[in-house]
Design a protein around this ligand. Structure first.
Ligand code: FAD
Length: 588
């Protein structure tokens, strides 16, 4: 079997090793346009899980990597002049060049033909002369572009700008540092990768980037491969305290925007995409190399014992795609978190740190607690103090009381209330099914029901008005004894209608507006929430839109009810991370 590999990055080289080991009779050739001496890329970080999988493949690669690793277990968050540390993680760092050297050495030992400093021949030619062509040609894959009609790639470009650098400050933690400039925040992601160097990625959103003048510096003419030294100098100045006298060291460092690559299919005839050519994941989850190497493993496994290339490629994609898509979802959440740093800048350090650590959904409170009980206890103690407790032996976040418009809710759970039957949950707030309260009889029946319900607990009871509500419904809800009213956001004359409704409802009882999915962007919804707050609205119900709830809370200070938590654990995480003030279970 003749195999052509386009691209001698981690994915292409590792695949070549595995394919050749599997069957030494195969003729495997790798084309790499850079020479072995070219120094491109800095340090990579791997989790233990990835390393186990590489070790399982049984090649000497894992042992060689292990010898070169620097290891650490802490994540440090530098924010608002405080450093928070969450320990118990197991990371290992390695220079990209070191990894490539290990892989190349292994290729050479096995008899893989390596053509360095050489562009691969045209893919059509390779597809004719080889049984299999592996396009491991990276995020800007020319093969993917050339066959776009078949692979159908979709590229989504991040709103942030980043620059990949290194520093001679040797860190001992995966570090996130946030600084506040007069135009907004700039942050860095950094981790050690050798006994002498750490990788640093400086990132900021487009607005701050322009305001800081980086757009002008980036536009200056420079030779290919030359770094944007003036931007590097500005970054060095911005992070002077963090660097503590150390330097930021560029290497072909330019401002870039991250593109998430997704492709409808990874294979066309005997040509297959692998690694970044097929899919990218935002660098903030540090998994791109891991996925490329896992793809290599998956492709080699699919080829094992199958004479039919197309069948093997189908099996490869079927096995790998769900895993990759799951990582891409996590990476997307992480990317969006970093895009949103600007409106998080007022968040208390404990909450900021907790959302940062749990941003991708791959690290839950339970996992964090298992790794570092002290860290989670600190965050929970802070939440307890915010809820009026002492911080000693804190209750679960959902069990904490909450105050809305001067009314005390005994806990943070919101549950549905039917006209009959006992509520199942011990909620702090019960909300009815949508009511029209179009006549006094309905109000009288609810008054009787509320009287009996109040004997069982000190929860608040709220009337949720249906889309067809009219102003008298507010008077009836009040007379029935409801503590709170919730109206859907009006379709027309929004602010006038809300102001008039608020005037019909007692000042000392909470008034909530339900922001249903009304086709508005997040920015428009936040602007609306600002305006609603001015009309005396006490809280918004954002249904399942947790990110909107979080943003409204942070930008307007208005409490948010979020429905649709899938579990007790998720509800607690939503509260602790500031995505909601009150939570309900059930459909979003
Ligand atoms: C800022 C940043 C930080 C990152 N940090 C991490 C991290 O910490 N951990 C991690 O796991 N991942 C990280 N990644 C992701 C990682 O760099 C990539 O996901 C990984 O390198 C993908 O490997 P690959 O083999 O698919 O592609 P690449 O590494 O891009 O390799 C492709 C190779 O193909 C060559 N090539 C392209 N076209 C041709 C051609 N026509 N002929 C010959 N050669 C060609 C290129 O020169 C290149 O060497 C990071 C990415 C970025 C942007």
């Amino acid at each position: 079997m003749r195999i052509a590999v386009i691209g001698g990055g981690p994915g292409g080289l590792y695949f070549a090793i595995l394919a050749k080991r599997q069957d030494p009779g195969r003729q495997v050739t790798v084309w790499e346009r850079h020479t072995a001496e070219d120094r491109f890329g800095f340090g990579l970080v791997f989790s233990d899980e990835t390393l186990d999988r590489i070790a399982d493949a049984g090649t000497p690669v894992a042992a060689s990597m292990a010898r070169e690793f620097v290891r650490w277990s802490d994540i440090e968050i530098h924010y608002h002049n405080r450093t928070q540390t969450a320990g118990g993680h197991r990371f290992a760092g390695l220079g990209r060049m070191t990894l490539l050297r290990i892989l190349r050495d292994q290729c050479a030992e096995l008899g893989v033909e390596l053509k360095h400093g050489t562009d691969a021949p045209p893919v059509e030619e390779l597809a004719r002369s080889h049984d299999l062509v592996v396009a491991a040609d990276g995020a800007n894959s020319a093969v993917r572009g050339g066959y776009a009609k078949f692979f159908r790639p979709r590229l989504e470009v991040s709103r942030c700008r980043y620059m990949w650098l290194e520093t001679d400050r040797v860190l001992d933690a995966f570090t996130f540092a946030f600084i506040q400039t007069e135009h907004g925040p700039v942050h860095l992601h950094a981790y050690p990768y050798s006994g002498e160097r750490s990788t640093v990625i400086v990132e900021t959103d487009e607005h701050v980037w322009r305001e800081l003048g980086f757009d002008r510096l980036a536009a200056e003419a420079r030779a290919p491969g030359e770094s944007d030294e003036r931007s590097v100098a500005v970054c060095e100045e911005l992070f002077r305290d963090f660097l503590g006298g150390h330097r930021l060291l560029p290497n072909n460092s330019q401002w870039l925007r991250f593109s998430t690559v997704r492709t409808a299919t990874w294979r066309h005839r005997n040509i297959v995409l692998l690694g970044d050519a097929a899919h990218t994941v935002h660098f903030s989850i540090g998994s791109g190399t891991k996925l490329a190497m896992d793809d290599a493993f998956g492709l080699a496994a699919a080829l094992d014992g199958t004479a039919e290339v197309e069948t093997a490629l189908e099996a490869y994609e079927a096995a790998r795609r769900p895993v990759v898509e799951s990582f891409q979802r996590a990476a997307q959440s992480s990317l969006e978190w970093f895009e949103s740093v600007r409106w998080r800048s007022g968040q208390p350090p404990e909450q900021f740190g907790f959302t940062l650590l749990t941003r991708s959904g791959r690290l839950s409170r339970t996992k964090l607690r298992a790794r570092d009980p002290g860290y989670v206890a600190g965050v929970e103690s802070w939440f307890d103090r915010c809820s009026g407790g002492t911080g000693e032996s804190p209750l679960e976040p959902i069990e904490q009381p909450f105050s809305l418009c001067g009314r005390r809710l005994p806990n943070r759970l919101v549950a549905d209330l039917a006209q009959t039957g006992e509520p199942h949950e011990e909620a702090g707030l019960y909300l009815t099914e949508p009511l029209s309260l179009s006549d006094d009889d309905q109000a009288t029946r609810w008054a009787q029901r509320l009287t009996s319900l109040r004997q069982r607990d000190d929860a608040l009871y709220g009337a949720r008005l249906a889309g067809s509500w009219e102003y008298p419904a507010l008077r009836r809800a009040n007379e029935a004894g409801f503590d709170l009213v919730e109206i859907p956001v009006p379709q027309r004359n929004v602010l006038d209608t809300v102001a008039a409704a608020r005037a019909e409802w007692p000042d000392d009882k909470p008034f909530v507006v339900r922001l249903e999915r009304h086709g508005k962007s997040a920015e428009e919804s936040v602007a609306l929430a600002h305006a609603l707050a001015k009309q005396g609205v006490d809280a918004v119900n954002v249904s399942g839109a947790t990110s909107l709830g979080e943003r409204i809370r942070l930008e307007t200070g208005m409490p948010a009810l979020v429905s649709g938590a899938a579990s007790w654990e998720e509800a607690n995480a939503l509260l602790l991370s500031g995505r909601a003030d009150l939570v309900s279970f059930g459909s979003r």
